[in-house]
Ligand binder design. Structure first.
Ligand code: C5P
Length: 217
């Protein structure tokens, strides 16, 4: 089987950065599963679909038939650049809504498993270790305090010119944590055999080294 490393964790824990760096070091492919839900949300809106449970079948069709191209940092949906749209506030809200629909999660399951190509894959998200790749030999659950995660997101958004406050960001983050951990489909939790890594007081490089060390064991 193709080796897969799973990195799951809450919003703004740094799992995307960690996954990309580990993939780079190992020469593996990377899967940002959150981006898939974001893209599915944008695709649904483009087709004029409301993101609600009553449209589950139509939304699952949208998710199954995404015409996607990853062009470096850019994401093209049916040829249109949706990179900014998927990261917008609306994009985050829609991703959160669409990811709560079981038929959509099912539709994206095969898509995600299909990303496990040689020589290997580093997959990040919420349920990589618990649902998508339960046989993966290394599962990391990355966490950090809400305070640290809010601070990091704040710095990132401010540097991109967004007008946000730390208090609001932290409240939104905690609300999202609560939704992610208490939802009925694929709730956020560490896999039984996951290694928990709290990077509240850890540099990105130190976290990368820790994961590589676990992988080498
Ligand atoms: O990680 P990111 O913030 O990009 O995820 C976007 C949304 O998709 C979140 O609301 C998250 O709950 C959802 N998601 C999910 N399962 C994944 C990855 C993300 O439900 N594997």
């Amino acid at each position: 089987a193709v080796p897969v490393i799973c990195i799951d964790g809450p919003s703004a824990s740094g799992k995307g950065t960690l996954a990309a760096m580990v993939a780079e070091r190992l020469g593996y492919h990377a899967l940002d599963s959150g981006a898939l839900y974001r893209i599915a949300g944008v695709a649904a809106r483009r087709q004029g679909l409301d993101i609600a449970a009553e449209h589950a079948d139509a939304l699952a069709d949208v998710a199954r038939s995404l015409q996607l191209v990853f062009d470096g940092e850019k994401v093209l949906l049916e040829g249109d650049d949706v990179t900014a749209a998927i990261r917008s506030d609306q994009g985050s809200r829609d991703a959160s809504l669409i990811s709560a629909i079981p038929a959509v999660r099912d539709a994206l399951l095969q898509w995600q498993r299909g990303c496990a190509h040689v020589p290997g894959l580093v997959a990040d998200g919420r349920d990589m270790g618990t649902v998508v790749f339960p046989q993966a030999p290394l599962k990391v659950f990355l966490t950090a305090s809400a305070e640290k995660r809010a601070e990091r997101r704040y710095k990132q958004l401010i540097s991109q010119g967004f007008d946000v406050t730390l208090t609001t960001l932290r409240e939104e983050l905690e609300a999202r944590d609560l939704r992610d951990t208490t939802r009925t489909v694929a709730p956020l939790k560490p896999a039984a055999d996951a290694k928990v890594l709290d990077n509240s007081d850890m540099s990105v490089d130190a976290a990368v080294e820790q994961v590589l060390q676990w992988w080498a064991q």
